[in-house]
Design a protein around this ligand. Structure first.
Ligand code: PEP
Length: 261
């Protein structure tokens, strides 16, 4: 049996409060009609965390609460930062780490990403660790090397117990917000490669169990084909998660794949 898919919406720095409320309400209303097997996670800007945690109820509303970033520090004099402990106290269940926008604009290195993962794991929040190559790196044929380094210096340093509570999202940087999606074959090839790295370090059972998602211009049109690839366990969705109809269609695509298998 195919394992349930995961669809995560990354709202990035979008929406004012009223628009965010409206988006949640619309997603909630549309999902109410489904008997979902797919797990949905909504990651709004942190300032709206309560909007999502108030509504997140996997049995009733079919989604979990997530956020987009966490401090690498435990607590204290770090103005503007939000700790994993604070997030856990608000019932946040997932958090994206190492998104390419954080790596690019905020200088987040693999070392920092790993610290953040540890903070989250200590507080029982699932890190969704992003990795992926630039267009230049792909053109130079270095994409496997780049992703291997990102995976080996973060995920592969964890214990098996920790890895069980981690998800990975492969997001080729050239596909993020560009409208240019990796082909299903490119996504499958890289996700299978990531799974093989995990298998080498942790064994087959954990490699099969680990959730590895694709992200990068995934939308209602291409989701079905992407999610049908054997190693694609779901999607991390940016732009399309801001449009309720489109986001729900992506979730429907995930459901179709599960039901057809
Ligand atoms: C993302 O930012 O994680 C992402 C996948 O964005 P988009 O879907 O807009 O390419």
């Amino acid at each position: 049996m195919t394992k349930p898919k995961i669809v995560i919406g990354n709202w990035k720095m979008n929406k004012d409060f009223e628009e965010a409320e409206d988006l949640i309400t619309q997603i909630e209303e549309q999902l109410a009609d489904f008997q979902l097997q797919t797990e949905v996670v909504l990651c709004p800007p942190a300032v709206y965390a309560e909007l999502v945690t108030d509504h997140a109820d996997i049995d009733e509303n079919h989604f979990y609460a997530g956020l987009q970033n966490v401090s690498e520090f435990e607590n204290g004099a770090y103005t503007g930062e939000i700790s994993a402990e604070m997030m856990a106290s608000m019932n946040v269940d997932f958090c994206i780490v190492g998104h390419s926008e954080r790596r690019k604009y905020f200088g987040e290195t693999d070392e920092v990403v790993l610290k953040k993962m540890h903070r989250l794991l200590t507080n029982d929040i699932v890190p969704v660790m992003c990795c992926g190559e630039t267009l230049e790196e792909r053109k130079a044929g270095k994409h496997f090397e780049v992703v291997q380094k990102q995976i080996e210096s973060t995920v592969c340093t964890l214990t098996a117990d920790e890895l069980e509570r981690v998800m990975i999202a492969y997001e080729p940087i050239w596909a993020i917000g560009t409208g240019e999606t990796a082909t299903p074959a490119q996504a499958q090839e890289m996700l299978a490669f990531i799974r093989s790295l995990i298998e080498k370090k942790f064994g087959t059972e954990l490699a099969v169990f680990t959730y590895i998602l694709y992200g990068g211009s995934c939308n209602a049109k291409n989701a079905l084909e992407l999610f049908s690839q054997p190693d694609v366990d779901g999607g991390l969705i940016g732009g399309a998660s801001l449009k309720p109809d489109e986001f729900v269609k992506i979730i429907e695509a995930a459901e179709t794949v599960i039901k057809d298998n």
